[in-house]
Design a protein around this ligand. Structure first.
Ligand SMILES: Cc1cc2nc3c(=O)[nH]c(=O)nc-3n(C[C@H](O)[C@H](O)[C@H](O)COP(=O)(O)OP(=O)(O)OC[C@H]3O[C@@H](n4cnc5c(N)ncnc54)[C@H](O)[C@@H]3O)c2cc1C
Length: 400
């Protein structure tokens, strides 16, 4: 029996079959067979989600569907197959004077998986990847091909849809003129970070930080020079290609954006992440800091803080709201669920919305209160997948 596991190993299941589907027709065949046989079918990206959003009966392996299909320079759009990784876009776009507008902490996710969960980077003016999707081809829950373009009324439902509307076989993404980043990393005490927070999120294209609840946190993440209650700030300025590094002495790395964004992580943590109103950032940061101090040493993992612009995708956590993003990591196998529930309660007070790929404690009724277009999303999901072949236990409880 084959077992599928995600990257970190906190999710695994035994599908009754894994089927390699190298083209759209074979995806259609498999979806039709699932409808006829009353079983479920899904696909996976690179397994970087921490939530049970891949689990299914028949798992489609679309590894062959990888690569850029077309770069349209004048329109600033790129079409790509679903398994193309974020990293795959870097060089080819750069060579055509283009770039992804933003990237997250790693670049190994597939574009389809990243878009399905509204994967984001950090920057007040920069929305998540889903918001940059201008079109897609997908096989819906009846096995039919649906083509969605920028003017299609279902685009805001599809942009972030956790694979619930169909198996995407191609995506179109809006890109921007190529840019370089000058990266600056500083260690600042929490109070100093707070003083410059409001200015910094406006000044830097990319802004984020790790906050250390204990001295051990810095060691754990190789963030040298930081101690308890310090922040390691990552602030990236956008600069014109060819800028002389001597003009930016306080910035220690300068280069094409796609080379500056990605970091490397070992699969030794799992993560909870919520999106909270940016205009309440000071209160949220202060309360979260208190909570983590109270729960030492369970909170030895640093807190990661980022900011994301608002967008229009119906179940994007940034739907019509710019957010502060709070990520809490922990060691797999550690029993810190009581602590995580305490964090969830705090986030609920601020109308915190979940990251679909990171651990959360949502129910359907909570989602209905947090996402103004939740009901329309559920209706659209049902229209695309009337038999529910793309649902699983986790998503059925949230979106049936
Ligand atoms: C080390 C690490 C760093 C991370 N950094 C960030 C970060 O900086 N910012 C952030 O927002 N998130 C981050 N994440 C979360 C990650 O970006 C998301 O979980 C993302 O979904 C992973 O992409 P994937 O290709 O692994 O997709 P998977 O986890 O494999 O799948 C995600 C979902 O997409 C669906 N799917 C995949 N392919 C298709 C398709 N062709 N059609 C329809 N549905 C499809 C799957 O069924 C599943 O529901 C990180 C995760 C890890 C482990």
């Amino acid at each position: 029996m084959t077992t599928w596991s995600n990257w970190v190993g906190n999710q695994s299941f035994a599908p009754r079959q894994v089927v390699a589907t190298a083209d759209e027709e074979s995806v259609q065949e498999q979806v039709r067979a699932a409808v006829a046989g009353s079983y479920r079918v899904r696909t996976f990206g690179t397994g970087h989600s921490f939530t049970p959003i891949v689990e299914t009966d028949v798992l489609l392996d679309t590894t062959a569907l990888r690569g850029i299909v077309e770069i349209d320079e004048p329109a600033r759009r790129v079409r790509a197959l679903p398994k193309t990784t974020i990293g795959d876009f870097g060089k080819p776009l750069w060579e055509r004077g283009l770039a992804l507008a933003n990237q997250g902490d790693i670049d190994t996710q597939s574009i389809a998986g990243a878009v399905a969960t509204a994967t984001h980077g950090s920057g007040r003016r920069l929305p998540n990847l889903s918001a940059t999707v201008t079109g897609a081809r997908l096989v819906d829950g009846t096995g039919e091909i649906v083509v969605i373009d920028a003017s299609h009324p279902d685009l805001p439902a599809l942009q972030a849809s956790i694979g619930l509307m169909g198996i995407m076989t191609e995506l179109e993404i809006e890109v921007v003129p190529a840019y370089e980043l000058a990266a600056r990393t500083d260690v600042l005490p929490f109070a100093e970070m707070l003083e410059t927070f409001a200015d910094d999120i406006d000044r830097y294209r990319h802004y984020g930080f790790f906050w250390m609840p204990t001295d051990a946190s810095a060691e754990l993440y190789n963030l040298s020079g930081a101690g308890a209650d310090d922040c390691v700030l990552k602030r990236y300025l956008e600069v014109a290609p060819g800028t002389d590094p001597a003009d930016l002495p306080e910035h220690h790395r300068l280069g094409p954006a796609f080379e500056i964004y990605p970091m490397v992580y070992d699969p030794n943590f799992h993560e909870v992440e919520y999106f909270l109103p940016l205009d309440q950032a000071r209160a949220i940061l202060s309360e979260m800091r208190q909570l983590m101090f109270e729960w030492l040493p369970l909170s030895v993992y640093p807190l990661e803080i980022r900011v994301v612009a608002a967008d229009e995708a119906w179940i994007s956590p940034n739907y019509q709201r710019e957010n502060l993003v709070v990520s809490i990591s922990g060691e797999p196998g550690t029993d810190y669920w009581t602590y995580l529930h305490a964090c969830d309660q705090l986030f609920a007070e601020f109308a915190g919305r979940p990251h679909w790929g990171k651990i959360h404690f949502m129910t359907a009724s909570r989602l209905a209160g947090l996402f103004p277009r939740y009901d329309e999303f559920v209706q659209t999901r049902k229209r695309f997948d009337p038999k529910g072949v793309f649902l699983n236990d986790h998503t059925q409880a949230l979106f049936a």
